[in-house]
Design a protein around this ligand. Structure first.
Ligand SMILES: Cc1cc2nc3c(=O)[nH]c(=O)nc-3n(C[C@H](O)[C@H](O)[C@H](O)COP(=O)(O)OP(=O)(O)OC[C@H]3O[C@@H](n4cnc5c(N)ncnc54)[C@H](O)[C@@H]3O)c2cc1C
Length: 421
């Protein structure tokens, strides 16, 4: 079809993830003729697996400054968009549209229904009820430009669509099985933009130490983990850790992964777990001594599970530098006991790396922020090209901050298109 006919839109959005859906809904609501193109057979594949299927939709830190403290490298760019659509606005937006939200630990916000699907359905309704057009199974393969404007897109099926404005909302490079295969990065590079190459971020950590792999499935709920380089603890956090068949995971680990990754670039990193962070070493020794006195004639491997998960207790006793697995309590020397206590305060293992992009929640990298106009989320090279969500090179922790970035950039861009008309 040719330009000037029904294939001419006010706005074409490539990518039906949370950022693209929000922009499509908002621009349609304000009267724009919108087409949303998504290559998967449904919208929001990644959105529907967020928060383990529960969708940590935002973070209830309603003070914008404090919220943006979580974006240390990019906060100066984000004040303007967040002053227009903040996490408080997200809260109001979803609740007003009939999705009650609840605030959980660490101010993480979830739908009361605990269903990511409900967020997806609400957004799809938001677009359709305002007359927005959605085409799924539509993989964009080409963007065409004329001077400093994008003029059309082409799909794999050779369909060509024209518009006054375009948005790239194709996501980043994490979990590509959801559809985010980095297409937007390739187009932006071709268009003359600078892309910081993506690497896995918010990702579990790996170790080659086999005895850690054997602990798979064990959770330690209250412990302190330090990441040590050149004898110094560079990162230290307290909370929950989950052992896996490749290393360690859980929100605490995932939120340390960016810093650990940076340390690994400089040299080796040792993780050191203090399993009794509230108990000084000498007090822990007294506690163990009491346990020994009560159980003099028993095997240590049968009594240590009173204070540690059984599998963990067994693996510690088998460690070559401890070697107490087949020993009765009454045979254990003072030195051996003290060594064991030390081990419980400093359970050390080498970190070998992180899992890759496929297992990461976000990838860092994307279009560098200096090339984006944050007043309306357009490219500084192409004034009719909007850039949303994970396409931007913005690091942030887990806790609802990634989706909030999608809601803010999508809403702001959608409003801007309509204002331009
Ligand atoms: C397992 C997991 C859990 C997560 N949990 C949370 C959470 O609880 N809270 C939180 O805040 N964040 C979470 N995140 C991060 C969050 O999901 C992302 O930040 C967010 O989805 C990014 O949205 P987006 O719109 O930028 O891109 P995406 O959600 O990646 O969507 C991009 C869309 O573009 C489509 N597309 C790509 N290329 C083309 C093309 N050529 N043509 C047409 N369509 C194309 C893709 O198919 C995809 O549907 C999680 C991520 C993962 C992987």
């Amino acid at each position: 079809m040719k330009k000037g006919n029904q294939n001419l839109y006010d706005l074409i959005i490539i990518g039906g993830g949370p950022s693209g859906m929000m922009m499509a809904g908002r621009a349609s609501e304000l009267g724009a003729r919108v087409l949303l193109l998504e290559k998967n057979k449904d919208l929001g594949k990644k959105l529907r697996v967020t928060g383990g299927g529960r969708c940590n939709i935002t973070n209830a830190e309603f003070d914008v400054r404090k919220f943006l403290d979580k974006f240390p490298q990019s906060k100066q760019f984000l004040f303007s968009p967040f002053s227009k659509f903040s996490s408080k606005d997200t809260f109001t937006f979803f609740e007003k549209k009939g999705l009650p939200l609840v605030i959980e630990a660490r101010k993480r916000v979830f739908p009361q229904s605990q269903k990511a699907d409900d967020v997806f359905k609400l957004l799809e309704r938001y677009i359709r009820s305002n007359g927005g057009e959605i085409k799924t199974g539509a993989q964009v393969v080409k963007l065409s430009k004329e001077n400093n404007k994008i003029i059309s897109v082409e799909t794999k099926k050779n369909e060509k669509y024209f518009a006054h404005n375009f948005a790239i909302a194709t996501g980043g490079a994490s979990a590509s099985w959801t559809g985010s295969t980095g297409d937007g990065f390739k187009w932006l590079k071709k268009l003359g933009h600078t892309i910081k190459e993506p690497t896995a971020n918010l990702v579990p950590l790996t170790t080659n130490e086999k005895w850690i792999h054997k602990l798979s499935g064990i959770t330690l709920s209250f412990m302190t983990i330090s990441f040590i380089q050149n004898g110094k603890a560079k990162v230290k956090k307290t909370g929950k850790i989950l052992f896996t068949h490749f290393g360690v995971s859980g929100p605490l680990i995932i939120n340390s992964s960016f810093e650990v990754k940076e340390l690994l670039k400089k040299g080796s990193v040792t993780a050191s777990i203090d399993m009794f962070p509230d108990t000084e070493e000498n007090l822990l020794d007294q506690r163990i001594l009491k346990l020994f006195e009560k159980n003099k004639n028993k095997f240590l491997k049968n009594i240590l599970p009173e204070i540690l998960p059984k599998k963990l207790a067994q693996e510690i006793l088998k460690l070559p530098d401890i070697n107490l697995f087949e020993r009765e309590v009454n045979s254990i020397t003072k030195e051996e006991r003290k060594k064991l206590v030390k081990k419980m305060k400093k359970l050390n293992f080498e970190i070998s790396g992180t899992l890759g992009l496929e297992k990461s929640i976000i990838a860092d990298g994307g279009i560098i922020l200096e090339e984006v106009n944050f007043k309306n989320m357009t490219s500084k090279l192409y004034s009719n090209l909007y850039l949303l969500g994970d396409i931007l090179n913005i690091n942030r922790p887990s806790g609802g901050f990634s989706l909030q970035l999608c809601w803010t950039t999508g809403y702001l861009a959608g409003s801007d298109v309509a204002e331009k008309m």
